[in-house]
Design a protein around this ligand. Structure first.
Ligand code: URA
Ligand code: SF4
Length: 214
């Protein structure tokens, strides 16, 4: 059932014209990976290579993500990987609020179809979907239950390609993923905070709210 839903979403994304990003894209990038998985990784948006191939994280950031996944004890073909916007922003600029809003429904439907236990966000835009007022510098690598899923915010792998000083932080945060996953299996709460609206403000603009981390 979820296979068919995921295919339907992908076919809709490929022909989507809901925001201006469709004008400049070559290939929309719905996401890749199995629909039956406990793990979802959500990045920012396709870059040059992803736009060429129609697949997520296939360029240099993807290569580093492969290393990070290995560090986290997860094989790439066992996780679903997608982005908050499915079409490449020109010159890899940040996605705009209206683009995030237009694309949000696809991601929500993917999350509903997969029903993952753990969602790893890569970068501040996907973090902001779940933790709109958090600062990534404060919450990276720390998990939080939101709406019955364990959300683990990570820095974006591309950050380490631009600034090598982030590499050890990312490696370190990913090395803790197996422990978070174990906790997720043991401590899944009956209910939890529901935050499923896309960010209306630019992330990192506000003081962070008090987060309940465990
Ligand atoms: N960066 C992202 O955020 N997503 C991709 O798919 C590739 C690079
Ligand atoms: Fe549609 Fe999302 Fe692509 Fe915009 S980024 S055209 S909303 S698929």
């Amino acid at each position: 059932m979820s296979d068919e839903v995921m295919e339907l979403i992908a076919s809709q994304v490929k022909v989507c014209t809901k925001c201006v990003l469709h004008y400049s894209r070559k290939n929309a990038v719905p996401g890749s990976g199995p629909s039956h998985t406990e793990f979802m990784f959500i990045g920012e948006g396709p870059g040059f290579h992803e736009n060429e191939k129609g697949l997520p994280f296939v360029g240099p950031a993807g290569k580093f993500l492969d290393e990070l996944l290995e560090k986290g004890g997860l094989a790439r073909n066992t996780v679903f990987i997608t982005n908050v916007v499915k079409c490449r922003p020109p010159e890899n600029r940040d996605p705009l609020p209206e683009e995030l809003l237009a694309c949000n429904d696809y991601l929500d439907r993917q999350i509903a179809a997969i029903n993952p236990l753990v969602i790893v966000t890569l970068g501040r835009f996907s973090m902001a979907k779940f933790m709109p007022y958090a600062k990534i510098s404060e919450v990276h690598g720390k998990a939080q239950w939101i709406n019955g899923r364990l959300i683990v915010p990570m820095y974006h792998p591309a950050a380490a390609l631009h600034q090598p000083k982030w590499r050890p932080t990312l490696m370190d945060d990913f090395s803790r993923l197996p422990a978070w996953i174990e906790k997720a299996h043991k401590n899944k709460p009956a209910g939890s905070k529901v935050i499923e609206t896309p960010p209306e403000k630019k992330p990192d603009e506000d003081e962070p709210e008090q987060l309940s981390l465990f």
